[in-house]
Design a protein around this ligand. Structure first.
Ligand code: ADP
Length: 531
């Protein structure tokens, strides 16, 4: 072999070694498990990408640093040796299984992990390899009591004598016990159920590694010898389930009066919170009902008073004229009568509304020709017509229904009066009556202010007045349509509205014909609202 050939071989083998290391490093980065390697002096010489993610350190930051930085200080030395040496010495006993231990992230947070430690090489060439796993990913592990061995309590899930343990396990509240380092030593089953994290995650957890500032404050206060109350939503470590809890933290003192740990008594307050929310909702509804009642009383008083003043003036005029022996004008008498009718109608609406609420509005049905009823109502309302033109689109055939004529007149009169009232600039009010299928269809349309779309389905509610009606200061109690709907529906019919704000409104009433099938309004017409 020539010299050059020898150099070439060496270069090729160095290159292939370098590419082999790159490849190995790429494989380790692709591995899911976090992985850290240290030299004989326990200084980090490699970590893979998963370890960077788990521990919060970048490779550049951690390489060369002592591996002890990855663990809380209280764990650095164990039974006279470093933690890593201790775990190495326990390898045979562990049989290759992982040890549960608290690791420390760069940001100081402590996380429970399962750690396997192995070594290769000797002397200066020794390499110690740390393999981490998040606790919940591990199925088969030993609870090697590194953490609890420090406190010598590893054999007990709930410390204390049998009686005490029974009381704690069966207490109707969650109970957690932690030591001076805020490490959870024990908890009862109810605590586990309330919080929703498994016991194996809770026992050994450092409470100071939690993110909830309220809990951290209470734990610190407890370890300083004070009781403290926490109320908030605890978020389970694994499931993320949030539970509203109240926790009373209290310190535990030893015989010398020094704090040696603390307890948390945990109450699930989900029910209490729900009850509070329900109470708040009922309170808001009650307030709203009071507001509606007060508004109604003031509107009703105003509405009742409005016709009284002119009525009293007309009567005074009449009295004066009669006293002087003067001629009494029939128009004055007619106007006085109209005001009286207005008051009567308001009082009737109030009475009808209470009858409806009490389910006592009686109907006296009889065979009725609807076209005759419409003509009668339009004639009666003639004095209120003002500058409106009224057109009645009468049917060719008589339309016979079995209704209470007085109540049906009331419905139609309310619709026509509204048409007059809510078209203050006059225009045409059209009343049409026809038959379709087994139904009598009656409609009243006007060219007035119309109704905003979002208010249309509320019009038939008790006391409801659309905002444009109130804004224009039109008087009214918001009862007419409520009463009309009740009357129509009790006749097996339906009432609904179609309207475009500013372009008038059309109210439709559908009633079953006398010999007809049960009424359903024809819902094929687009955009109609059926109530
Ligand atoms: P009132 O007219 O006494 O307020 P109603 O129950 O008869 O009570 O009507 C309820 C509401 O419906 C009215 O306040 C008004 O906002 C609206 N409304 C009724 N009819 C019409 C109509 N023809 N045009 C516009 N809005 C109307």
């Amino acid at each position: 072999m020539s010299r050059d050939a020898g150099n070439d071989d060496q270069r090729v083998s160095e290159e292939s070694m370098a590419s082999g290391i790159d490849e190995l490093s790429a494989w380790l980065d692709a591995a899911v498990d976090p992985f850290v390697a240290c030299d004989a002096g326990e200084n980090v010489c490699f970590l893979n990408a998963a370890a960077e993610r788990l521990l919060g350190w970048t490779r550049a930051e951690l390489i060369g640093q002592p591996a002890s930085r990855l663990f809380p200080q209280r764990l650095h030395r164990h039974e006279g040796e470093s933690l890593l040496r201790h775990l190495l010495s326990r390898r045979a006993a562990l049989g290759g299984r992982a040890t549960r231990v608290l690791a420390r992230r760069k940001d100081g947070a402590e996380i429970m992990v399962e750690l396997t430690v192995g070594a290769s090489g000797k002397g200066r060439d020794e390499r110690i390899v740390l393999n981490f796993r998040r606790l919940h990913e591990v199925v088969d592990t030993l609870a090697e009591p590194v953490e609890r061995a420090l406190h010598g309590r590893e054999s007990e899930s709930v410390p204390g004598d049998a009686l005490f343990r029974t009381v704690v396990e069966h207490a109707p509240l969650g109970i957690i016990y932690f030591d001076l380092d805020a490490i959870v030593i024990a908890c009862n089953e109810l605590f586990v159920r309330i919080i929703g994290s498994p016991k194996r995650l809770m026992v050994g957890l450092n409470l100071l590694s939690l993110r909830d500032e309220g809990v951290l404050h209470c734990v610190r206060e407890t370890l300083a010898g004070h009781t403290c109350d926490y109320e908030g939503e605890y978020r389970a470590i694994t499931s993320g389930k949030k539970t509203p809890v109240h926790i009373r933290f209290a310190p535990c003192f030893n015989a010398a009066g020094q704090v040696e740990g603390g307890i948390g008594i945990v109450e699930d307050i989900s029910e209490r919170r729900r009850a509070e929310r329900e109470r708040e909702r009922l309170y808001r509804e009650a307030q709203e009902a009071i507001r509606v009642r007060d508004d109604f009383l003031s509107i009703a008083s105003h509405e009742l008073k409005t016709p009284l003043t002119p009525l009293s003036l007309r009567l005074a005029t009449l009295e004066r004229r009669l006293a002087r022996g003067e001629l009494v004008e029939s128009s004055t008498l007619r106007q006085a009568r109209l005001y009286l009718l207005r008051i009567t109608s308001l009082i009737n609406d109030l009475l009808d509304s209470s009858r409806i609420e009490a389910g006592r509005l009686a109907l006296h049905r009889e065979a009725t020709r609807l076209e005759g009823l419409v003509e009668h109502v339009l004639h009666e309302l003639e004095p209120q017509r003002g500058n409106h033109t009224v057109r009645f689109d009468a049917p060719e055939q008589p339309v016979q229904v079995n209704v209470d004529p007085f109540r049906m007149e009331q419905v139609l009169a309310n619709l026509v009066e509204n048409a007059f009232k809510y078209s203050p600039n006059g225009g045409t009010v059209r009343v049409s009556l026809r038959q379709r299928g087994g139904l009598a269809l009656l409609s009243v349309s006007d060219e007035g202010i119309g109704i905003p779309p979002d208010q249309q389905k509320l019009l038939f509610d008790r006391y409801f007045r659309a905002r444009n009606a109130s804004a224009h200061s039109f008087g009214g109690l918001g009862l007419g349509l409520y009463i009309s709907r009740d009357i129509v529906e009790r006749h097996g019919g339906r009432i609904w509205v179609e309207s475009e704000p500013g372009h008038g409104a059309t109210f439709h009433v559908a009633l079953p014909l006398m010999a007809g099938a049960p009424a359903r309004p024809n819902v094929e017409e687009p955009g109609q609202l059926i109530h």
